[in-house]
Design a protein around this ligand. Structure first.
Ligand SMILES: Cc1cc2nc3c(=O)[nH]c(=O)nc-3n(C[C@H](O)[C@H](O)[C@H](O)COP(=O)(O)OP(=O)(O)OC[C@H]3O[C@@H](n4cnc5c(N)ncnc54)[C@H](O)[C@@H]3O)c2cc1C
Length: 464
């Protein structure tokens, strides 16, 4: 029984039935599969939940499966992003010539000074280890104060000093000057990505369809409400609800990709009180996605605009047509603004029109002029967009993780399960790893999962 139909859940379902090691039933709360990496249709277009691309870092065997499943629908595209930095647009991913041309002398001199003083900073780290101290030590104050720190305050809603050093190591792929330089001087053409013609969600949909075709059962629109031990045995009863109807489904093993906090609260018998307390300290950052329909063929040639500066509420504005490369629909385009927030913020419940107005004002502040007023506005909300690694989060998360690993017949993985910043290809990698650890007699090789795969998961670094 697989809980959750995002990439991790659907990847596991296909790999399980394909390997012949087990039957699989998957329960997904949404009406369609895909989770945060899903797509939906609006304004004559397939749209994603914010900017999503498949990165070249995808494990070769997983990439070859995706290529086989999607065929010609998987296109390779060149990235055309830009960042608003000190009132200037610079190319993203960064390019050496472009940086030299666009950034002002004060910034360039600051960077040069930071490179020169690097060895000194690394010998004398400032204060307790945090997101701020790691990046300051390795990159210096110029890049931190102009880019990473304001961006971090917006994305995670916390001061960089309050965030864990792990956040810097896992989330910032250019966390040292040498990595930054390597990114800047990489050969032209290296900044490419894969994208499915029918939206990023087509990846997970194709896994789900293939799993269904090989006999997996997918229950969509059913919300799991309880995961109950079946008597004294090692097996489970999973309870799910849809529109007042309740189903109780028996399972030998439960593989959960839903948020670990939710799982801990619905497991029966419940975990010890300390574990339930730990769930209170594990917090996900939410996000409102605001889609503007513009009645013009295209807004710009840029795929994503990034906004580290704090006078703009959104962190990123993308134009989906520039991901798939389509010209359809001919007379309109859509812009998607990503606005991170807490579910307790007024933003979370703001009406669509007010959100549309907020994005238009943000755009004006960033020097982006709307060619005409949007003809329609739509919002979508993600309650668990990003894990927030506050300093010390490892304590409560470690307790939850140890608890879930100690329960026989329960396996937790995926971005929400392992509270990881992971990309889709990482979530799929975990799914494949889980099936690799399942023996043909149905028992789970926990030693291989813990000793071989977990150290690999720990090396996953997110790409934007
Ligand atoms: C704004 C944004 C941009 C991103 N950009 C990229 C990118 O460019 N490239 C990339 O590779 N990755 C990107 N990601 C990350 C990507 O979305 C995740 O890696 C991926 O969705 C993780 O898959 P998952 O299956 O682990 O989790 P999820 O996609 O979160 O799936 C979990 C599933 O569990 C379901 N669920 C939860 N509770 C229940 C319940 N009680 N009962 C039943 N089902 C339940 C949910 O509905 C969901 O479908 C981005 C993420 C965000 C938020």
């Amino acid at each position: 029984m697989i809980l959750g139909g995002g990439p991790a859940g659907c990847g596991a379902a296909l790999e399980l039935v394909r390997s012949g090691k087990a039957n699989a039933t998957l329960i997904e709360r949404g009406a369609v599969v895909g989770g945060n990496a899903g797509s939906f249709e609006w304004a004559g277009q397939r749209l994603d939940y914010g900017s999503h691309r498949l990165h070249h870092a995808t494990d070769p065997s997983i990439l070859s499966d995706i290529k086989a499943l999607l065929g010609d629908d998987l296109v390779s595209r060149e990235r055309h992003g830009r960042i608003r930095l000190r009132g200037q647009w610079v190319h993203f991913p960064p390019q050496a010539l472009d940086l030299l041309r666009r950034l002002d002398r004060r910034f360039a001199l600051g960077m040069l000074r930071d490179v020169a003083l690097g060895p000194l900073r690394r010998r004398h780290p400032a204060g307790p280890e945090s997101f701020a101290s790691v990046l300051l030590q390795h990159l210096g104050p110029t890049m931190c104060e102009q880019f990473y720190f304001p961006y971090a305050r917006k994305i995670w809603g916390a001061p960089p000093e309050a965030l864990s050093a792990i956040q810097a190591r896992k989330r910032v792929s250019a966390a040292t000057i040498s990595k930054l330089v390597r990114r800047v001087i990489r050969p032209p053409g290296a900044g490419r990505f894969y994208y499915p013609r029918r939206g990023f969600g087509q990846i997970t949909e194709s896994f789900a369809d293939a799993a269904r075709g090989r006999g997996a059962e997918l229950l969509l629109g059913w919300s799991v409400t309880s995961v109950r031990r079946a008597g004294a045995s090692r097996s489970w009863v999973v309870v799910a609800e849809r529109d007042g109807a309740v189903r109780e489904i028996p399972a030998d093993q439960v593989w959960s990709t839903i948020p670990i906090t939710l799982l801990a609260r619905m497991t029966d018998p419940p975990p010890p009180p300390g574990i339930l307390e730990a769930t209170e300290q594990i917090v996900y950052r939410a996000m409102v996605l605001v889609y503007l329909k513009l009645d013009v063929p295209r807004f710009s040639a840029t795929d994503a605009h990034y906004f580290p500066e704090e006078n703009v509420a959104m962190t990123r504005l993308s134009e989906p047509k520039n991901y798939s490369g389509t010209d359809e629909p001919a007379g309109s385009t859509v812009l998607c603004a990503e606005i991170p927030c807490a579910t307790t913020d007024p933003l979370w419940s703001m009406a669509d029109d007010a959100m549309g107005q907020l994005v238009a004002e943000d755009m004006a502040r960033a020097g982006l002029t709307l060619p005409r007023a949007p003809s329609a506005v739509l919002t979508r909300r993600l309650a668990q967009a990003y894990p927030i690694y506050r300093r010390g989060y490892e304590g409560p998360f470690g307790e939850l993780d140890r608890w879930s690993s100690s329960v026989p017949g329960l396996l937790v993985f995926g971005r929400q399960g392992l509270f990881a910043h992971d990309n889709t290809h990482h979530a799929l990698f975990m799914a494949y790893a889980a099936v690799d650890c399942l023996r043909s007699d149905g028992s789970f090789d926990q030693a291989r999962w813990d000793g071989h795969y977990r150290p690999i998961f720990a090396t996953h670094v997110v790409e934007d």
